[in-house]
Write a protein that binds this ligand. Structure first.
Ligand SMILES: Nc1ncnc2c1ncn2[C@@H]1O[C@H](COP(=O)(O)OP(=O)(O)OP(=O)(O)O)[C@@H](O)[C@H]1O
Ligand SMILES: [Mg+2]
Length: 322
C-alpha cells in the first residue's frame, strides 16, 4: 500500500472525543451480530480500554490497490471520516484483521427497516407515526444534502436498512459502501447498477443521465422518496420480496410513481404537507425532480428540522420498541 492510502485509512488508530489512540483488534470484545449485507457483516463490540460499546463493520480487504473495491472502501472511509453532523453515524477508525477491513463506528440500537416492521407488528391496522416519519425524513435529507454540498458525496444506497436510530432519539444515515465522490469519479458515478433495485430511479434502468450530464443526485432523491413511502405505508411500494425483479423494473419504468394517496393518507393521519413532500421526491422525470437544495427550502423541511424537541419525541416514540 502507498502512504497515500495509509494516510486516508490511518489504520490502527481510534479517535474518541478528539483524542487519537493506538488500538489493536485485541482491544475489542465482540458481543453480538448486528447484521450482514452483500459484502460484509456488522457486529456489536466493546472497546475495552474506554469501556465503549461500538459497531464494527467487517469488509473484505481489497487485494489490489487499483481495484474497484479499493475505490469503494476509500470513498466509504472518506465519506464517514470527517462527516461531523449528528445525522451521520460517527466514525472512530479502522484496522485490518485477517484479510478483513474493520471499521469502527458509533453503536446504534436499530435500523428503520426493523423499526417500521416492529411498529406494524405492535400496531396492527395503524399507519406509521407521522411526526416520527417527518423527523426521519428531514434528518435523512439533512445528511444527504450535507454530503452533497460539503463532501461532494452521493450515497447511492438509500433505504430504510441504512438509516439507524438510537434509544436517545437520534436518527442517522449509515452504510457508505456504495457511495461515490463527484468530481473524480464520473465513471463510478455513472454506474447504473448500484444499490438495491427496488429503490432505483426509473432513469437508472433506462440509462438516461440527468440533464446536467451527471448521474446521481436526483436518482438518490427518488430513493429517498421510495424509502419514505415504504415507512409511511409500512411496506415497500413494489413489494420487493414478492415480485420478480423483472416485473418490478417494468413497474418502476412504465407505471406512475407509487405516490402516497392523499385521501387514503388523510384517513390514516398523514397531512397534505407530508404527503406532498414525499410525493415530490417521486417525480418520475428526472429533469423535473427536485434537488436536495430545493427540498431544504420547503416549509416542510424548515419546520420539522427546526422543531426543538425532535430527539425527545423520537426517544419517547422509540421506547415502544426497545
Ligand atoms: N453503527 C451501527 N450500529 C448498530 N447497527 C448497525 C450499525 N451499522 C450497521 N448496523 C446494522 O447492520 C446492518 C448492516 O450494516 P451496513 O448497512 O453498514 O452494511 P451492509 O448493508 O452489510 O453493507 P453492504 O450494503 O455493503 O452490503 C444495518 O442494516 C444495521 O442493521
Ligand atoms: Mg446496509
Amino acid at each position: 500500500m502507498t502512504s497515500d492510502i495509509f494516510s486516508i485509512f490511518n489504520p490502527g488508530k481510534i479517535k474518541i472525543n478528539g483524542e487519537l489512540i493506538d488500538f489493536t483488534i485485541k482491544d475489542l470484545e465482540i458481543l453480538e451480530n448486528l447484521g450482514s449485507g452483500a459484502f460484509g457483516e456488522t457486529k456489536k463490540a466493546l472497546y475495552r480500554p474506554k469501556d465503549l460499546v461500538l459497531a464494527v463493520k467487517y469488509e473484505p480487504k481489497p487485494s489490489d490497490i487499483e481495484s474497484v473495491k479499493m475505490k469503494y472502501l476509500k470513498t466509504e472511509i472518506m465519506a464517514l471520516q470527517n462527516s461531523d453532523i449528528p445525522e451521520i453515524v460517527t466514525y472512530f477508525g479502522m484496522t485490518f484483521d485477517e484479510g478483513k477491513c474493520v471499521l469502527l463506528m458509533e453503536f446504534m440500537n436499530s435500523d428503520v427497516d426493523s423499526l417500521y416492521k416492529k411498529f406494524k407488528e405492535i400496531n396492527p391496522g395503524k399507519w406509521f407515526d407521522e411526526r416520527a416519519l417527518c423527523i426521519i425524513a428531514v434528518k435523512l435529507l439533512k445528511a444527504l444534502d450535507y454530503l452533497k454540498e460539503e463532501r461532494r458525496v452521493l450515497h447511492r444506497d438509500i433505504k430504510p436498512d441504512n438509516v439507524l436510530v438510537k434509544k436517545s432519539g437520534e436518527v442517522k444515515l449509515c452504510d457508505f459502501s456504495m457511495a461515490a465522490i463527484f468530481e473524480r469519479s464520473k465513471s463510478a458515478a455513472t454506474t447504473k447498477d448500484t444499490g438495491a433495485p427496488g429503490y432505483r430511479a426509473p432513469e437508472r434502468f433506462l440509462g438516461t443521465t440527468e440533464d446536467d450530464g451527471r448521474f446521481g443526485v436526483r436518482s438518490d432523491v427518488w430513493s429517498l422518496g421510495i424509502t419514505l413511502v415504504e415507512i409511511a405505508r409500512l411496506q415497500h411500494p413494489y413489494n420487493k420480496r414478492g415480485v420478480k425483479s423483472f416485473e418490478m423494473i417494468v413497474n418502476i419504468v412504465s407505471k406512475d410513481p407509487p405516490f402516497l394517496n392523499l385521501d387514503e393518507s388523510f384517513n390514516n393521519g398523514y397531512s397534505k404537507e407530508t404527503v406532498d413532500f414525499i410525493n415530490t421526491c417521486l417525480t418520475k422525470e428526472v429533469s423535473n425532480r427536485p434537488y436536495y437544495k430545493d427540498l431544504v427550502e420547503k416549509d416542510f423541511y424548515k419546520k420539522n428540522i427546526m422543531a426543538e424537541d425532535n430527539n425527545a419525541y423520537m426517544e419517547k416514540f422509540l421506547q415502544n420498541f426497545f
